[in-house]
Design a protein around this ligand. Structure first.
Ligand code: COA
Length: 349
């Protein structure tokens, strides 16, 4: 190699490195979809021994949306995905990768992401699911961030979708009042330049020692579906609510503090906190620990209940459409879910 060619080669490598380090991940479209059917606390009073008063005061929930019998997780996901793409007129051919965050997929395989891909017609995009229960969106966001920052992909369609109602024991008042169905999509794009907007950081964590606090045992290789597993109700979600509550408050508080400290921000710098919506009392306890005022927290749990991986992107989509987020705002998202899993995303809008 001549010395000139060598210099060009070295400079080109250096230039690519600089571009990569300046590559930012921006959310360029959001959309959501919830099924039409609404199940109110009053409706639940007719199903199990509960009351509107108990549900509202213990959880902050008033109603939740329930998928129709024919709707699968992918059906909700596809509707949300179309809305997110239309949000900014993003052509589906631009999508390099489709990530679907769900704990309630259409089936074990193919992945729900493959059904989404075939419906929205992006033949060249790779598609796969991410399983991290209620933290699924933040985990998928973190995966998307790595792919985009590394330069491997430019445009990511991330869809969270859940049909929780299908895994609920409708005779168990401890769980059936808590969950709802829906889907929410986010389109992310890699952009270059030295502006500061986009994802600032994501932090994700797992601790499998606490797997028995929230699980759905039946149907997998440990408890395949058969008469016995169904008689024992293993195909329904089980939860130890009290223990989860305490860990959720502790871990969401810690991960929020970590996101701020890691990036040199104070809680007063945050314009909007978007927490996972599992229980209004969990959100209140985290807010108290962080010392963040209520008006800086986005809460829509009263309308949707806990929609698992959908709750944060659904809240984000609503916050944007309600004008609660402006250019330059600092947004902190914190999630918590079965696994256990938890995490944060700090975003400059
Ligand atoms: N209606 C009326 N009473 C109910 C009820 C309902 N829907 N569900 C439970 N109860 C009863 C219990 O049976 C218990 O009665 P008992 O004292 O006679 O045994 C009583 O209410 C208190 O139960 P407890 O579990 O202590 O209530 P709680 O205040 O902890 O609230 C949860 C229960 C589930 C709402 C709450 O623990 C929670 O939200 N946990 C975290 C959930 C979570 O994070 N889930 C998903 C993670 S992503």
């Amino acid at each position: 190699m001549s010395s000139v060619a060598y210099l060009v080669f070295v400079h080109y490598g250096f230039y690519k490195l600089v571009i990569k380090s300046m590559r930012r991940v921006k959310i360029i479209g959001t959309g959501s979809y919830v099924p039409e059917k609404v199940l109110t606390n009053r409706d639940l009073e007719k199903i199990v021994d509960t009351s509107d008063e108990w549900i509202r005061t213990r959880t902050g929930m008033s109603e939740r949306h329930i998928a129709s019998e024919k709707d699968k997780a992918s059906d909700l996901a596809i509707k949300a995905a179309h809305r997110a793409l239309k949000d900014n007129n993003i052509p589906s051919e631009d999508i390099d990768i489709i990530l679907v965050a769900t704990a309630t997929p259409d089936m074990f395989f193919p992945s729900t992401a493959c059904f989404v891909q075939s419906s929205i017609g992006t033949k060249r995009s790779v598609a796969f699911d991410i399983s991290a229960a209620c933290s699924g969106y933040i985990f998928a966001l973190s995966v998307a961030e790595q792919y985009i920052k590394s330069g491997k992909y430019t445009t990511v369609l991330l869809v969270s979708t859940e049909v929780c109602s299908r895994y609920i024991d409708w005779t168990d008042r401890n769980t059936c009042v808590l969950f709802g169905d829906g889907a929410a999509a986010t389109v992310l794009k890699g952009v270059n330049g030295n502006r500061k907007d986009g994802i600032i950081s994501t932090h994700i964590y797992s601790d499998g020692r606490y797997a028995d606090l929230l699980y759905m045992r039946g149907g997998g290789s440990s408890y395949p579906l058969n008469h016995e597993s169904i008689d024992n109700k293993l195909h329904f979600l089980k939860m130890k609510g009290n223990a989860l509550f305490k860990i959720a408050v502790k871990n969401m508080t810690e991960v929020a503090r970590e996101a701020l400290a890691f990036n040199g921000y104070k809680i007063s710098d945050i314009d909007l906190l978007i927490p996972h919506q599992a229980n209004k009392r969990i959100i209140d306890a985290v807010a108290k620990n962080l010392d963040i005022p209520q008006e800086k927290i986005f809460i829509n749990i009263e309308k949707y209940g806990n929609t698992s991986a959908v709750s944060i992107p659904l809240a984000l989509d609503e916050a944007l459409k309600e004008g609660r987020i402006e250019k330059g705002d600092l947004i902190l998202m914190v999630a918590f879910g079965g696994g256990l899993t938890w995490g944060s995303a700090l975003i400059k809008w």
